[in-house]
Design a protein around this ligand. Structure first.
Ligand code: FVH
Length: 298
């Protein structure tokens, strides 16, 4: 596909508009459709063509990029135009689960369309900047010719043919982010429980602390891989007794400060489960194994 190949963007929410703008900025012919037509006004002013219907939108380009609220919205939008998708490629950047991605890929294949699933690791303001990257999965023969086009939105990272991989990694990355924010909220609640404490002053200490600690993650990750591959003995360990005393101190200090310990309860349950397995030390592989084998909650 060359630099002038047209592209259709279905969905002009915050993210869809950013995607359409990125293609427009590259000088590419862009056709757009959104359920609420008024949201197309800005991108149309900047050069996009507003399609009068979904059918008109998908037939305007060989590549149809979809970014809607969820997969139900995607199905609701694309099902009526399934025949028109034949011979085209759908790149679905809507947030969803690996199972939903698999079902969508099967549905697309059943209608003669190629399909890639994607996970956007960016916010609308960082689309098309060096900060943005987007995960893709699906058949490599579909991804390879589109890499240059998709790179316009943010570095295109191809994860493999298993179509659920992009959403799995997307959601796993978001899980890391959510838990980091939970930690931020809890630690700020503790630090600001004294009248001397300010969130800004505390965060000046938290950011370098977390940044330094994050440097350890690749070494932990290598031990997790070695454990999964060949049951290797981890070297990066700490006594469970030390961990439990440390966590009890954090929780007691939270209570003393009138701050909920709820965000810390899963950590406590994890350490207790390792103890129940007869382990004397904490290690990243043991914690990951334990989470992978634990009963699903909720
Ligand atoms: N915004 C972000 O920072 C994140 C970054 C990472 C990726 N996410 C995912 O991107 C998808 C879209 O998110 P968004 O930010 O564009 O969301 P909204 O601005 O709320 O726009 C939602 C669009 O979905 C359309 N829509 C909703 N329901 C339907 C439906 N039943 N049929 C057709 N279209 C539907 C909505 O249309 P309208 O309300 O304007 O008519 C918007 O186009 C999402 O998966 C994020 O998780 C964004």
């Amino acid at each position: 596909m060359n630099g002038e190949a047209p592209v259709t963007v279905v969905g002009l929410g915050e993210m869809g508009r950013a995607l359409a703008d990125a293609f427009l900025a590259e000088g590419r012919p862009v056709t757009v459709w959104n359920r609420t037509a008024a949201k197309a006004e800005g991108v149309v002013t900047r050069g996009a063509v507003r399609a009068g219907s979904v059918a008109e939108a998908v037939t305007a380009s060989p590549l149809v990029v979809v970014c809607l609220l969820d997969y139900s919205a995607v199905r609701e939008t694309l099902e009526p135009v399934a025949p028109q998708l034949h011979g085209r490629t759908v790149v679905n950047l809507t947030n969803g689960t690996p199972v939903q991605a698999g079902e969508m890929a099967e549905w697309a294949a059943g209608h003669g369309a190629d399909y890639l699933d994607g996970g956007i690791m960016a916010v609308p303001t960082t689309v098309a900047t060096p900060e943005a990257f987007i995960l893709y999965s699906g058949e490599q023969r579909v991804f390879d010719p589109l890499r240059g086009t998709l790179d316009v939105l943010g570095a295109a990272k191809y994860l493999g043919a298993e179509v659920g991989l992009a959403s799995l990694y997307d959601l796993a990355l978001l899980s890391g982010l959510n838990l980091m924010f939970d930690g931020f909220h809890h630690s700020v609640a503790m630090a600001t429980s004294q009248k001397e404490g300010t969130a800004v002053g505390f965060t000046e200490l938290l950011v370098p602390w977390l940044t330094n600690m994050a440097q350890l993650l690749p070494a932990f990750a290598a031990e997790v891989d070695a454990d999964l591959d060949r049951d290797a003995e981890p070297q990066l360990t700490q006594g469970l007794d030390v961990q439990l005393v440390g966590l009890a101190n954090i929780m007691n200090a939270s209570r003393e400060a009138g701050v909920s310990t709820a965000p810390l309860e899963p950590s406590l349950a994890g350490l207790k489960a390792l103890l129940a397995e007869g382990r004397g030390v904490w290690s990243a592989p043991a914690s990951v194994r334990q989470l992978r084998s634990g009963p699903p909650v909720g």
